[in-house]
Write a protein that binds this ligand. Structure first.
Ligand code: IPM
Ligand code: MG
Length: 375
């Protein structure tokens, strides 16, 4: 029997609850399909600051690197938000992303028809939305140095550095081209080339890579107009590729289309392969939601769908991934809703409003659902 080793990082706030849900789903899939998972529990984020004084210990990062994949909940919370603090929970994310060279963050946005009433966007605008944001994750303003505050004769100065090497741009752009080729063949590269030198380099690199993928149609879009088009005509997008900060902002914006941040998964991958697939880190796109933490209120679907991406990308188990996605869709179709998914008009007719655990159970019960029946 194959045994996969997966690092499990609950983190802070609702993180441990949604990770528990996704683990239960993966364990159920393992039992159904006859493989085993060896879970490695790792403490990171605010929880690790409290326990060890650092957001992620070096030994833990090394141990995570030996696994096939990482499942993560969320990190951060008001307790650790002091702007002058030297250690911050988010440092765990940057250590994982940078330390494991996970340079591409993939954020697919699809809309389950049953959730259209939960979105603030008009139904006709949502029709046909199926897009994938590929966000560069290990460079740009998040990692550029210097990044600091200084006292100067003009008063305090804050500095961040926007820096990209052509190699950093090329590897993420190539992956985006590859993904576009496997989808509808349309790639939108998002930048701010009318202002930023890094964006002008980004555009050049996209044009240099383009001939390698003749079947992919490319267009360049400025980030401000892209932000507008994402709510105006979201169905016109297939794959978007962009630098770190633009991708952070646009992916939250795109998430609104799906009705709730709680539904959306993400995968962070690099070039490293294990014997089973591409090493990667999988997490929902929502944060630690400290206001609802520990109350069985969080939507586990984003993390469970991230676990589906883990099955597909890191373990090479595509059919299992599809079955998890189908089970989530079936639970939603059957009316199960966590609080975040109650329609904006408050109408609960035909819906069963449940907590994190009951939603997880509803999904696990539907894991036998055949793909054909669920779509
Ligand atoms: C994300 C989050 C993080 C980011 C925060 C928590 C540092 O917003 O994963 O999108 O900005 O990358
Ligand atoms: Mg973000």
């Amino acid at each position: 029997m194959t045994t996969y080793r997966i690092a499990s990082i609950g983190g802070d706030g609702v993180g441990p609850e949604v990770v528990a849900g996704a683990r239960a789903v993966l364990d159920a899939v393992a039992a159904r399909d006859g493989f085993a998972i060896d879970w490695l529990d790792v403490v990171a984020g605010g929880a690790a600051i409290d326990a060890y004084g650092s957001a992620l210990r070096t030994d833990d990062l090394d141990a995570v690197a030996t696994c096939d994949a990482v499942l993560l909940g969320a990190v951060g919370g008001p307790r650790w938000d002091d702007p002058d603090a030297m250690v911050r929970p988010e440092q765990a994310l940057f250590a994982l992303r940078g330390g494991l060279e996970l340079f591409a963050n993939l954020r697919p946005v699809t809309i389950l028809p049953a959730l259209v009433p939960s979105s603030p966007v008009r139904p006709e605008v949502l029709e046909g939305v199926d897009l994938l944001i590929v966000r560069e994750l290990t460079s740009g303003l998040y990692f550029g140095r210097p990044s600091e505050q200084r006292d100067t004769p003009e008063g305090r100065v804050g500095i961040d550095t926007l820096w990209y090497t052509e190699g950093e741009i090329r590897r993420v752009v190539r992956l985006a081209f590859e993904l576009a080729r496997g989808r509808r063949g349309r790639l939108t590269s998002v930048d701010k080339a009318n202002v930023l030198a890094t964006s002008r380099l980004w555009r050049k690199v996209v044009e240099e890579v383009r001939p390698e993928y003749p079947g992919v149609e490319v267009n360049h879009q400025l980030v401000d107009s892209c932000a507008m088009l994402l709510v105006r005509r979201p169905s016109s997008f297939d794959v978007l590729v962009t630098e770190n900060l633009f991708g952070d902002i646009l992916s939250d914006e795109a998430a609104v289309l799906a009705g709730s941040l709680g539904m959306l998964p993400s995968a962070s991958v690099g070039d490293r392969r294990t014997e089973h697939g591409r090493f990667g880190l999988y997490e929902p796109i929502h944060g630690s939601a400290p206001d609802i933490a520990g109350r069985d209120l969080a939507n586990p679907a984003g993390t469970i769908l991230s676990a589906a991406m883990l099955l597909r990308w890191s373990l090479g188990l595509d059919a299992a991934a599809v079955s998890v996605e189908a089970a989530v869709a079936a639970a939603i179709d059957d009316g199960y809703r966590t609080a975040d998914l109650v329609p904006s008009d408050g109408d609960r007719t035909g819906l069963t409003v449940v907590g994190t655990r009951a939603m997880t159970v509803a999904i696990i019960e539907r894991l036998g659902v055949s793909v054909a029946a669920a779509t």
